[in-house]
Ligand binder design. Sequence first.
Ligand code: E4P
Length: 215
Amino acid sequence: MKFFIDTANIEEIRSANELGILAGVTTNPSLVAKEGVSFHDRLREITSEVSVGSVSAEVMSEDAEGMIKEGLELAAIAPNITIKVPMTLEGLKAVKAFSDKGIKTNVTLIFNPNQALLAARAGATYVSPFLGRLDDIGHNGMELIATIADIFDRHGIETEIIAASIRHPLHVTDAALHGAHIATVPYNVLSQLVKHPLTDQGIERFIADWNKANQ
Ligand code: E4P
């Protein structure tokens, strides 16, 4: 499983990129709004920091024509922009149009397996099932990842599954075990993945022993 970072914050993206584990970035309108910057300017900054991996940028129109127009403008910003399209009938039409033009897409707000299958058949590069938001309403987000992975596997579908709406480290481990190709992780969760109290204790003890022996 690969790691994307789920943020529009450039400092967080830089810090994650320095770790050498970053395969891409996902943004969404709420994340961009939090930054209080121009969307296109921020995408330019992000794609100059992450110039190889996929950078998802979401369209805001609700009709296919508008989505396609917006998506083409976003795609012109950098070659690694992936157009994030909501899971609707109009969204599927737009995904097909982008796919015909060789533009990558990430179909977002996936909450059931049929939505994922339809998105894949329309030509989506990625589908984003939202784990956390399903868990929030008492459904099993991880079961959705496993079902989509099973369906894609049985039918030889190459669309990649991005485990999205990740809330804590266990989501990351479970997403990897249940067949997600990618986890898009907020920076705070990414930082938590590194930590273990025994690692900290171990480092302290090694330093103390080393200092004692070298006094
Ligand atoms: C994914 O691409 C979305 O940006 C994101 O994971 C949504 O997460 P949230 O449910 O924490 O808003």
